[in-house]
Write a protein of this length. Sequence first.
Length: 136
Amino acid sequence: MRGLPGSGKSTFVKENFPDAVVCSADSFFVNEDGEYIFENWKLQQAHQHCFRTFIEAITSDAEIIVIDNTNTCRWEYENYVFMAEKFGYRIRIIRMNFAESDIPLFGKRNIHGVPELKINQMFERFEDDTDEEIRG
């Protein structure tokens, strides 16, 4: 999955891949009470946790695995694609559709409190991928 915070990635995953193993850096920040507590200084750890979860899923032959992160640039997800291909998985890159005019809405709608300024910065660096399917 690819898309800005608040663009509907997680909702799309829940509705379309209910039986998938979902790997997400965001899950690292959910405490035992189910509260999301983001700590910027732990972001690298969160992405390492996400990749470890992914490796556990592919090595245990999970049928469907979804990487539910923003993945604004190809380098952020190319290792997932590489490993999935090595393990014989079919790859689908799904991008949630968005326009610059959606940023204020996404700033209000995202459940993790990502401010509009940060979403705009992510929009500015977002790279297109010719292999992606655009949804939403």
